[in-house]
Design a protein around this ligand. Structure first.
Ligand code: B12
Ligand code: SF4
Length: 433
């Protein structure tokens, strides 16, 4: 049995080459463990191959703006092997099953795939149209991502970019310590199927980190949605890290939700080698936060930035432009937030709101007083400069583009542009925020 997993290109990323998603690597690991012969082909920053290897199953996971590319790849494979079986999975397909099948895929796998991929293999060549994954309740039972299937130079991000300037000479591995997020921000494309928060044990996470350290990778980017949501987990991880690694041996970046940072976890984060703490702040306008169901306050965001900064961490604020209620006044409030918090916010990055299928705004735009202007998925990059996809009711397209220029211009003026961003006021924006 041979399975070929393909990573479709992501031309909207500044550095698509090393931004390999973990999902397909986990599935490759599960299949290998079951004795399946797995080939992983990354088209992230690579040319489309002239010749595809023969496989019993071709499988692709993709996000929304990659959907067109994924379809093109499927057609190329079929032009070489007309009877090829091609499976679609990943974030995009969840709410668009009929559409994905209509694109020509043989089957769609919805949600987390570890517990259902065996059924797909078992059914070959007579696949069902839909396979529903179930969230794994014991993440420790999942093998570590099959990083060995890709060349090292495809896997590890440049640490200078991930850590906003520090750690220039190293490479950084993505890692996930938990899955799921119990919140329901209106703009978020996360799956409600995996809303239940699940953790790996501290020992399991550290074993993966140790295996990477053994390969010379000492920088880590935790991709968890809210790394600090359960303080006892962070404390256990920090304590075990202090037994496993020398102080300073590893460097970590993590991301969390405003309201989930406390002095209680500071020591543990230091034990874990945390250098950069990223907060999903989204907007400097309370009105925008409330209209987007964010359920955080501007005061909390400022307090968290200060607390983390004063505890000795570098802080990164992540923002989204163009959420419900965005207008001149809210952009001004956000710019004022950046100015006010500059002493505590070491880095900031912003993206533009894109209404991915399944997020509450895309499902009920009228409730959020938003127009959705375009359903061409190829444009659904959060980093495009030439358009906005969603428009608040009371703002014209031109006003929105002007506000966008103003917001990103201010970010650059405040010194928050990354060196690799283009210097045109809009910048390349954040591609790997
Ligand atoms: C980390 C991350 C990134 C990183 C990836 C880097 C890295 N080295 O890991 C970066 C910053 C590059 C990134 C970029 C983008 N991302 Co992103 N990203 C995430 C994030 C936070 C975690 C992904 C992850 O590792 N999850 C853990 C794994 C285990 O879960 P998973 O990815 O869902 O995979 C499971 C299933 O989907 C399925 N599956 C996935 N792939 C495959 C493949 C096969 C063959 C099979 C069978 C199954 C399968 O099985 C997996 C295991 O259970 C998610 C949010 C989230 N919490 O998931 C957003 C998310 C996936 N990203 C999103 C988006 C939109 C993007 C961008 C398009 C943004 C942009 N720049 O315009 C780009 C696209 C780049 C790309 N290559 O796809 C959206 C997707 C929404 C949508 N409808 O498409 C999400 C959900 C964020 C959000 N809340 O809106 N991203
Ligand atoms: S934006 Fe963050 S906190 Fe909100 S639902 Fe998405 S992952 Fe959870």
């Amino acid at each position: 049995m041979r399975v070929c997993i393909i990573l479709p290109p992501a031309p909207g990323l500044f550095d698509q080459h090393t931004n390999v998603p973990l999902g397909p690597l986990y599935i490759a690991a599960v299949l290998e463990k079951a004795g399946v012969d797995v080939e992983l082909i990354s088209l992230l920053g690579h040319d489309i191959p002239a010749f595809w290897p023969r496989a019993d199953l071709y499988a692709m996971g993709f996000t929304t703006p990659q959907a067109g590319a994924a379809r093109g790849i499927m057609e190329l494979i079929r032009s070489q092997y007309p009877d090829a079986k091609v499976l679609a999975a990943g974030a995009h397909v969840e709410y668009l099953v009929p559409e994905t099948l209509a694109m020509g895929f043989d089957a769609v796998l919805v949600g987390e795939a570890e517990l259902v991929i065996h059924n797909v293999i078992h059914d070959l060549p007579d696949l069902s149209k839909i396979y529903y994954g179930t969230p794994h309740h014991n993440l420790d039972l999942i093998p570590f991502p099959a990083r060995h299937l890709l060349p090292q130079e495809d896997l590890y991000n440049n640490a200078g970019s991930v850590f906003y300037g520090s750690q220039h000479d190293s490479h950084v591995a993505s890692i996930m310590g938990s899955r799921g997020c119990p919140f329901a921000c209106a703009f978020c494309g996360n799956s409600p199927l995996s809303q239940r928060l699940r953790y790996r044990s501290a020992g399991n996470i550290l074993a993966e980190m140790q295996s990477l350290v053994n390969m010379g990778i000492t920088c880590f980017k935790f991709q968890d949605d809210s790394f600090t949501i359960r303080p006892e987990q962070v404390i256990a991880l920090g304590e075990m890290a202090s037994w496993t690694f020398e102080l300073g041996e590893i460097v970590v970046r993590m991301h969390t939700r405003v309201g989930m940072f406390s002095t209680e976890i500071v020591h543990a984060l230091k034990q874990l080698g945390v250098d950069l703490v990223a907060f999903g702040i989204e907007s400097g306008s309370q009105k925008v936060l409330d209209l987007s169901d964010k359920r955080i306050s501007i005061g909390q965001a400022e307090e968290d930035l200060r607390m983390a900064h004063d505890a000795g961490f570098r802080t990164l604020g992540l923002f989204v432009f163009g959420l419900p209620g965005e207008c001149e006044e809210t952009v001004d409030e956000t710019i004022a937030f950046w100015e006010r918090n500059k002493p505590y916010m070491d880095a900031a990055a912003a993206t533009v709101f894109v209404p991915y299928a399944g997020c509450k705004i895309a499902e009920h735009p009228e409730q959020y007083r938003m127009h959705i202007l375009d359903h061409d998925w190829n444009k659904y990059w959060i980093v495009r400069k030439d358009t906005v996809i969603a428009l608040p009711y009371d703002v014209s397209f031109q006003q929105m583009m002007d506000l966008r220029r103003k917001a990103f211009g201010a970010l650059a003026e405040l010194g928050y542009a990354k060196p690799e961003w283009e210097d045109d006021g809009l910048g390349e924006l954040s591609t790997d925020s």
